[in-house]
Design a protein around this ligand. Structure first.
Ligand code: TXA
Ligand code: MG
Length: 327
């Protein structure tokens, strides 16, 4: 299959109407989209992504008001959040109606829904009369794509079209929210900071690592992982074991003088965590493609989007804790 990149919404909507899977931009990360109401089309998403069927998909809608068609009851806390943050980088997990095929939710009675804000996917959603099931457009377990070219490099030959909406402004996947009784719980940290959610709903609980069945693979311990071993640490410590030119560095604000400039990525010289989030996956991917022996990342401040970046860093490094590898 030949894969092309373009900006033709009409072509993208035709392909979707024909039950095809395509790459689409969102403000968070690029998605791999298909008609959520067409089971055969949704099956193709799992195949292209090499994604296990137990891992449910997010359904993307044009407007929060249209949600009623697909879910049984919308919690009032979600209505309130939607008023200030939809469209935007947050996903709601809500009991579904039968109209939503089981394949989308991996057989769960609940469905994850999100109203994306990127103008191109919004236009696309207005051209079709169905919601779009879309996971991030990366092979399962790898770093999420934040440009059309990232999608192309990983999925070329497997999908026919990638809609190019430029680099993603948020750069991290959406924050996923559920409810327990009357309380809002965060199932995955993401593009909408915890502080913003608390401002709307009061205190929230985190349920990021529930033992047993992963509710959200963002909750699996190892995810978002580069091929190069990654540690969250102070780069200087690794100079004894590795040549400086074999070490990649992800730093928040400043370069390390004792390391080569070309293997360092500064996420935000001014210390802005939203800017750091927008650059994070891009930087990680660039370093991962450089045949380095190791990547060292600084831990970011545990506030705003720093929390979600640290969560990605921990998951990207989970397979290879320095101390565990010696055991
Ligand atoms: O920002 C985003 O959310 C991006 C863009 C493309 O919208 N999508 C995304 O999808 O990150 P994905 O598939 O990579 O991650 C979706 C997460 C998964 O961890 C999945 O398990 C969780 O959403 N999820 C989906 N349906 C769920 C459900 N019914 N209950 C709990 N978690 C669910
Ligand atoms: Mg993903």
């Amino acid at each position: 299959m030949k894969t092309t990149i373009g900006k033709a919404i009409s072509k993208a909507s035709e392909l979707l109407k024909n039950g095809e899977v395509i790459g689409v931009p969102t403000e968070t990360v690029y998605g791999l989209a298909a008609n959520a109401l067409n089971e055969d089309a949704v099956v193709k998403i799992f195949e292209v992504k090499n994604r296990p069927r137990f891992d449910p998909l997010i359904m993307h809608l044009d407007r929060f008001e249209n949600l009623k068609k697909y879910v049984t009851e919308i919690p009032s806390s979600f209505e309130k959040l939607a008023r200030s943050h939809c469209p935007g980088p947050l996903t709601f997990v809500i009991p579904k109606k039968n109209l939503v095929p089981d394949i989308v939710t991996s057989g769960n009675p609940i469905v994850a829904v999100r109203i994306p804000s990127h103008p191109m996917i919004r236009e696309l959603l207005s051209e079709v009369d169905f919601p779009l099931a879309a996971p991030s457009a990366n092979p399962f377990g790898y770093i999420s794509p934040t440009t059309a070219n990232h999608v192309y490099r990983q999925l070329k030959g497997k999908i026919s079209y990638i809609l190019d909406g430029g680099p993603c402004k948020v750069g991290l996947e959406s924050t996923i929210l559920g409810v327990r009784g009357k309380n809002v719980v965060v199932l995955r940290l993401g593009g909408l900071p915890l502080e913003d959610i608390k401002a709307s709903t009061g205190n929230v609980h985190l349920e990021l690592n529930t033992p047993g069945l992963p509710q959200s693979p963002g909750q699996l311990k190892s995810h978002y992982a580069p091929a190069t071993p990654l540690f969250i640490d102070n780069p200087g410590k690794y100079l004894k074991k590795f040549a400086p030119e074999k070490i990649g560095i992800i730093a928040f604000r400043q370069m390390y003088l004792e390391f080569p400039v070309e293997h360092q990525r500064i996420l935000s010289p001014s210390g802005n965590l939203s800017e750091a989030a927008a650059n994070f996956f891009y930087a990680l991917r660039e370093l991962d493609e450089m045949e380095l022996e190791i990547i060292i990342a600084e831990k970011l401040p545990e506030e705003g989007l720093g929390r979600a970046i640290n969560d990605r860093l921990r998951k990207a490094s989970a397979r290879k804790e320095p101390d565990e590898s010696k055991k």
